[in-house]
Design a binder for this molecule. Structure first.
Ligand code: ADP
Ligand code: GN1
Ligand code: MG
Length: 358
């Protein structure tokens, strides 16, 4: 999906509770889902920035329910991501096309990173995501809304790929035999956590569910985690989905869409830093079964996101934003290469976790 036209800013600026004069707004960040803009206001001669997001309605079917989750979570964890309410009190506004918009305080002097540069960043990010889970253990009120059903139900993701292969709506299957073969060859992985959850061995908790490494802001000066962002999928889930996506996105020495697969490698020193940071924050509330599956979770989530990219390629690139032809295919291939590498390193990772628990 490609980005839509430039928004009409004046009504959006007045809809939210901002002070000062509008200066400028420009597309921002490298997220695959929402349309994100950095907007600058002038307040007494100073520039003040905000993040504006047009929320993806194709992906999220009930945006008021999603925003209700975010309002509850951000209120419970003050000091992180901060929503600016509308003048009418709602946490979102609609534009002339009826699209949904929200506004956040811009977190200054902090950055997101698409590729982890050193172990310190991985440790800080993993600590932040672990601490985020820990702070939500006592969230009051009813169960959070499920903003995307079966989001991390890997069996359902696998079956959807099989359906997309059978339908082959864009006649692409014949070109990707090796990729399809790889995907089908790993079916044995997809039920493991679902089955353990059904047996009551692994608990449901409130989790982030999209712990891509660029969904945490790292303080530029201290190198510590500043805030966990991108809260659209905060909902009931397994902590393993969160740890797994950290492994997928942080250990990879290459970009998510790297086409030179010889560069795709799960860096073990980064895995070690993730284990250290995550356990420092989360160990106090984790169950033994959760700890047992930490190593597996990285392979599983990398495989799952690979399935989703491949499915989107077969369906004609309708879900993730793409920037070139075959972009989703390239992303899928990169994920599958990383799965292979994680498999080869599984014993090493188990050893690292054991050592980090001592
Ligand atoms: P998407 O769902 O499309 O990934 P995100 O919410 O992750 O959207 O935002 C996209 C990018 O915008 C982030 O990776 C980050 O760089 C930047 N961003 C988001 N929220 C903020 C914020 N409050 N302050 C500063 N930058 C932000
Ligand atoms: C999307 O929103 P963003 O870019 O942080 C996606 C994740 C995928 C990720 C792959 C709601 O995350 O599930 O893992 O792309 N988010 C949604 O890069 O589908
Ligand atoms: Mg994001």
């Amino acid at each position: 999906m490609t980005a839509k036209l430039q928004p009409n800013w004046p009504p959006l600026v007045t809809a939210f509770n901002l002070t000062g004069e509008f200066v400028s707004a420009a597309p921002y960040g490298s997220g695959h889902i929402n349309d994100t803009f950095a907007l600058t206001m002038a307040v007494d001669g100073e520039s003040v920035r905000y993040i504006y997001q047009r929320i993806n309605e194709h992906v999220f079917k009930d945006i008021p329910a999603l925003m209700d989750n975010i309002a509850r979570v951000t209120a419970h964890i003050p000091g992180g991501l901060t929503l600016i309410p509308c003048v009418d009190g709602l946490p979102f506004a609609r534009d002339a096309d009826n699209a949904y918009w929200r506004c956040y305080v811009f977190i200054e002097k902090a950055s997101t990173h698409d590729i982890v540069e050193h172990a310190g960043q991985a440790r800080a990010a993993a600590f932040s995501f672990g601490e985020f889970q820990e702070r939500l253990v006592d969230l009051p009120g009813p169960r959070l809304n499920e903003t995307i059903l079966n989001f991390h139900h890997t069996r359902s993701r696998f079956n959807t790929l099989q359906d997309a292969i059978a339908a082959d709506t864009h006649q692409r299957v014949s070109e990707i035999g090796d990729d399809v073969e790889f995907a089908l060859s790993r079916e044995a992985m997809v039920d493991r956590l679902i089955d353990r959850t059904a047996r009551g061995e692994i608990p449901e908790r409130i989790t982030h569910n999209d712990t891509k490494i660029n969904n945490v802001m790292i303080n530029d000066a201290t190198g510590e985690g500043e805030a966990v962002i991108d809260l659209d999928t905060v909902m009931p889930g397994l902590v393993l989905y969160d740890f797994g996506d950290m492994v997928r996105t942080a250990t990879n020495a290459a970009a998510e869409d790297e086409t030179d697969l010889s560069k795709v490698e799960a860096r073990m020193e980064i895995f070690d830093a993730l284990a250290e940071g995550y356990l420092a924050a989360a160990r106090k509330f984790l169950d033994p079964a959760e700890i047992e599956e930490l190593e597996f979770s990285g392979r599983l989530i990398t495989f799952e996101i690979g399935l989703r990219f491949l499915t989107d390629h077969l369906q004609g690139d309708v879900y993730f934003k793409t920037h070139r032809s075959n972009h989703n295919l390239e992303r899928a291939r990169c994920q599958f290469a990383l799965v292979r590498n994680l498999e080869a390193n599984s014993e090493t990772m188990r050893g690292i976790i054991t050592d980090r628990l001592k």
